[in-house]
Design a protein around this ligand. Structure first.
Ligand SMILES: NC(=O)c1ccc[n+]([C@@H]2O[C@H](COP(=O)([O-])OP(=O)(O)OC[C@H]3O[C@@H](n4cnc5c(N)ncnc54)[C@H](O)[C@@H]3O)[C@@H](O)[C@H]2O)c1
Ligand SMILES: N[C@@H](CCO)C(=O)O
Ligand code: NA
Length: 451
């Protein structure tokens, strides 16, 4: 029997993910030791309440409320408490003591990542975080290692399971956002306070982490343009389906150029129309997927469970084995890669395609008036269609002119799809359309991605 050297592993937090990590460390100790080249001895679990009910039965003698003492005696520290503090202070303390740290804490990384990575580099320790994006899905290591020799230019990610579940059930059942959210809450997908998910904050944190890795540039969560899904209506979903799209909340990270032609990056989270034959359209329920394009590899997609205690524990344990192997072999490990230091450009500089739905007066000259506003702002129209939503037959050129703005006059619904246009020009077009007398309202503006 091989005698392994023991590495001391400290776990901070025994919630959904932490309890599963502890269980797997204990149950698979022999196998993990063989893969790591070192024994992984779980020396303690820092918890807030020693007697709390846990999802998993764990040896009581491992529990402690003294996280600091536990950290100082460890070779590897796993932080699964979540939140900014005390997680940040504990990780800094662990790194200072020379321990490698594993975390799933996207909120912390997207806010204080640079501080943590700098300290890790200074002391020659490692910070691993595969579980922070896409839960069980391997995406951090592929970006950091497998694609290190390539050049990623675009990432489209479904990185929040709750919102994907809600949008998917709106598509499949015709439910309203509120109805779908209620079901998601009942089934335990959505938290009691779902704000972080439905307003896109969780996805924005993950987008910041992905963009930083992919573009070798520090991107903080505050740099991410963020829109949630709360204003998506059943009508928009039905119209999208009819037009051959699905609506997904996407995290989009891409290289773009600014007005001077200099390369920068854009990072944004918002609902978008995705063609129904795009691989991301087939991501159902609470699953996550990251679709990316790189120069040499072309298109790649990573798919699977973006959350769940035991699923996320898989990613954490992969990191634990990586950390253990480094301890066995020695050497400095992988430093943060931020050498490209590209500018993070504002959403106004993004180019994409748009679908604009307008409620208009049903009278002659309407199409011309609308087309004028698009062309005046440099936005090229690809197609105009009468929406299936319209209850009035549109005979734009055949109806007698209606005098003035008559609330009772017939209206028509027009759906305009643009070629690629700049966000700033599109925003100016929408403002001008809203001020155009024949336009009753701009009912919906959605970006079209994945074409
Ligand atoms: N649950 C998932 O599916 C999932 C997926 C990906 C990433 N994550 C991330 O993993 C981390 C843990 O998530 P979770 O779902 O297990 O959360 P959780 O709320 O179930 O567990 C966190 C645990 O940490 C404990 N804790 C909090 N502060 C503490 C302190 N100061 N000292 C000791 N214990 C403390 C809590 O009491 C709780 O038991 C978070 O950063 C989360 O964002 C979770
Ligand atoms: N609330 C997150 C959990 C995983 O980070 C989601 O719905 O995807
Ligand atoms: Na992951």
């Amino acid at each position: 029997m091989i005698e392994y050297r023991n590495l001391r592993v400290a776990l901070l937090g025994a919630g959904s993910v932490g309890a599963q990590v502890a269980r797997l460390l204990l149950e698979h100790a022999d196998e993990l030791a063989a893969r790591s080249g070192a024994g992984l001895e779980l020396v303690g679990i820092a918890v807030r309440d020693l007697d709390a009910e846990r999802d998993v039965e764990l040896p009581k003698e491992l529990f402690t409320t003294d996280a600091e003492a536990l950290i100082l005696g460890a070779d590897i520290v796993i932080e699964l408490m979540g939140g900014l503090e005390p997680a940040r202070s504990y990780i800094l303390k662990a790194l200072e003591s020379g321990a490698d740290v594993i975390t799933a804490n996207k909120a912390l990384l997207a806010t204080h990542g640079p501080e943590l990575f700098e300290l890790a580099e200074q002391v020659g320790a490692q910070l691993y975080y595969e579980a922070a994006v896409g839960g069980a899905i391997p995406i951090i290591r592929p970006l950091r290692d497998s694609l290190a020799g390539d050049r990623v230019d675009r990432i489209l990610g479904i990185v929040n399971g709750t919102t994907n579940y809600i949008l998917d059930s709106m598509h499949s059942t015709g439910a309203s956002f509120e109805q779908a959210l209620a079901v998601a809450t009942e089934l335990g997908y959505a938290e009691a306070d779902p704000t972080a998910d439905i307003e896109g904050y969780d996805a924005a944190q993950k987008a910041a982490i992905l963009a930083s890795l992919a573009f070798h540039t520090r991107v903080a969560v505050g740099d991410v343009h963020r829109e949630g899904i709360t204003s998506i209506t059943a009508e928009q979903i039905a119209a999208a389906t009819k037009a051959g799209y699905v609506i997904k909340l996407l995290a989009i990270c891409e290289r773009i150029t600014d007005a001077a032609g200099d390369e920068g990056v854009s990072v944004r989270v918002h609902p978008a129309l995705v063609p129904e034959d795009h691989p991301l359209a087939a991501v159902h329920g609470a699953n996550n997927a990251v679709f990316l394009h790189s120069l040499a590899a072309g298109d790649l997609m990573f798919y699977g469970a973006g959350a769940g205690g035991v699923q996320t524990a898989s990613a954490v344990l992969g990191d634990v084995v990586s950390a253990a192997r480094r301890h066995v072999v020695g050497g400095p490990g992988v430093a943060e890669s931020a050498h490209a230091d590209l500018a993070v450009l504002p959403i106004e500089q993004v180019h994409t395609r748009y679908q604009i739905t307008l409620t208009v007066e049903d009278q002659p000259g309407v199409l011309a008036a609308i087309a004028t506003e698009f062309s005046r702002h440099g936005v090229s129209v690809e197609a105009v269609e009468q929406s299936i939503q319209s209850h009035t037959a549109v005979q734009l050129t055949e109806v007698e002119p209606a005098g003035g703005h008559d609330e009772d006059a017939a209206t028509a619904t027009l759906v305009v799809v643009t070629h690629r246009a700049q966000e700033a020009d599109l925003a100016a077009t929408v403002a001008a359309l809203e001020a155009t007398p024949v336009v009753r309202s701009v009912a919906s503006v959605l970006r079209v991605e994945g074409l």
